[in-house]
Write a protein that binds this ligand. Structure first.
Ligand SMILES: [Zn+2]
Length: 264
């Protein structure tokens, strides 16, 4: 599932490629992916000019000259490719441009391509917390999110309402590098520790963005990223750098990988 670094990378690549292009044709093979009837959706997009592409958390935002927007979420994962050819693999939608190129959408599960008219609120993105990069959240702002909060730290970080973009792949090594046990509750952590957590998240995401995202995800040119989370993530039973055995524990509806010696 793509998280902040992959979506940031894809939106930056799109911003280089599709700005000033006009949409000439839209093909939808899976109506569940869009938020309007197919004919209305096609009419909404065709002849629209792109002025910029950005992102918030796991959402890609295509800004149109009309000030309408196209909001894209790859859901559990998928390919969003920029190409001259229509892909042979099954795809759920195509957006064609006046330069002969097209964007193809292939979702592994359901993804979303939503059209949002200027002035209208899009419920799913409206409920998101800030994006730690795009919104340049400072350490002070980050710390203020935790004031008088209780409950699981991991659930808090994964909830997109609090901070947008952190997901299940990066979280294990983030906790490892911050030396935080994934079972910790927010009120058990000192301000100093939460400050370290902020630094680790920023560094981890910067590192991944510089490597064009996680190794199992594709960018718009059909290339894999080069970032690998390799401290404790998905390494149950293997040895930590300290020599202890990495454990896997259930944390709510997800699992956590951690080193019981390094992460107190
Ligand atoms: Zn260890």
């Amino acid at each position: 599932m793509p998280e902040l670094p992959e979506i940031y990378n894809i939106s930056e690549q799109l911003n280089k490629e599709i700005v000033s292009l006009t949409i000439t044709e839209v093909v939808v093979n899976q109506e569940k992916s869009i938020n309007q009837p197919i004919d209305v959706f096609q009419a909404s997009l065709v002849e629209q000019e792109i002025i910029s592409v950005t992102s918030i958390g796991k959402w890609i935002i295509i800004n149109l000259k009309s000030r309408d927007r196209i909001l894209i979420n790859l859901g559990m994962g998928g390919d969003l490719l920029y190409n001259q050819e229509i892909p042979e693999k099954k795809h759920q939608a195509l957006i064609k441009f006046n330069n002969g190129y097209l964007l193809s959408f292939r979702f592994w599960w359901f993804g979303s391509i939503h059209f949002v008219e200027y002035g209208k609120i899009h419920d799913m993105t409206n409920k998101l917390g800030q994006d730690i990069f795009r919104d340049s959240i400072s350490k002070k702002q980050f710390l203020s999110l935790f004031v008088s909060r209780k409950g699981s730290l991991k659930s808090f970080l994964l909830s997109q309402k609090n901070i947008a973009g952190i997901g299940n792949y990066y979280i294990h090594d983030i906790f490892f590098k911050a030396k935080i046990n994934p079972l910790k509750k927010i009120n058990e952590l000192s301000t100093r520790k939460l400050g370290i957590l902020y630094d680790v998240i920023i560094n981890e995401f910067l590192d991944s963005i510089s490597k064009r995202g996680a190794h199992y995800e594709l960018d718009i040119y059909n290339n894999h990223g080069e970032f690998v989370a390799n401290n404790v993530a998905y390494k149950e039973g293997q040895l930590c750098i300290c020599g202890s055995v990495i454990k896997k524990v259930k944390t709510g509806s997800t699992s956590s990988y951690f080193c019981p010696k390094c992460q107190k």
